[in-house]
Design a protein around this ligand. Structure first.
Ligand code: 5GP
Length: 184
């Protein structure tokens, strides 16, 4: 198992250690496996959820299939208009399947709301959402998330798939990047 790096890069403060992430993912996987006795089709939201989805998939029991979707939020600099653009669609149809969207973090909730709408229109048998992190105080729209790893405060975090300007995705822990605020 990956352990936290001995040296945390400058400007980063560890918020959730690698060991705690893996323990929590084990619990989420147990719940997801229990709720999907016929197997599950994971939809990983690129890029931020790639590491979470990979580790979650390895902990699931039963039949697992995976697909990937990529979105980007419109907006300039640190502001987001709430509009979401589909950058990469799924490769396979989800009609009649038991789908779990795998997201890195739910912040305002706009991205996940958009994705749930897009996928629901394709008539999956069931559709649920798993996110590693949630910032409940930032929510703009109420969105159902059945499987939440950790609720965190309003801090900008990186690591374990999450980036800042494409950096830090490789960190095994979740860290607060000092001096960066959440997009408004
Ligand atoms: P929402 O649509 O819920 O506001 O935003 C979700 C997306 O915003 C996430 O998938 C992620 O890309 C980005 N995001 C929100 N908060 C953070 C954060 O603290 N760190 C990073 N790296 N991305 C964030």
């Amino acid at each position: 198992m990956l352990l936290s790096p001995p040296v945390t890069p400058q400007g980063l403060q560890t918020l959730i250690a690698s060991e705690d992430i893996h323990a929590r993912i084990g619990s989420l996987a147990t719940a997801i496996s229990r709720d999907h006795p016929d197997g599950v089709h994971l939809v990983c939201v690129l890029k931020g959820a790639f590491m979470f989805a990979a580790d979650l998939a390895r902990c699931l029991t039963g039949r697992v299939t995976m697909d990937f979707i990529a979105v980007s939020s419109y907006g300039t600099g640190s502001s987001s208009s709430g509009e979401v653009q589909l950058l990469k669609d799924l490769d396979v149809a989800i009609a009649g399947r038991d789908v779990v969207i795998v997201e890195d973090i739910v912040d305002t909730g706009l991205t996940l709301t958009y994705l749930l709408g897009v996928l629901r229109a394709r008539a999956p048998r069931t559709l649920r959402a798993a996110c590693l992190l949630s910032k409940p105080t930032r929510r703009v729209v109420a969105v159902p998330v059945e499987y939440v790893g950790f609720e965190i405060e309003d801090r900008f975090v990186v690591g374990y798939g999450l980036d800042h300007a494409e950096a830090y995705r490789n960190l095994p822990a979740i860290a607060v990047l000092e001096g960066v605020v959440s997009p408004t």
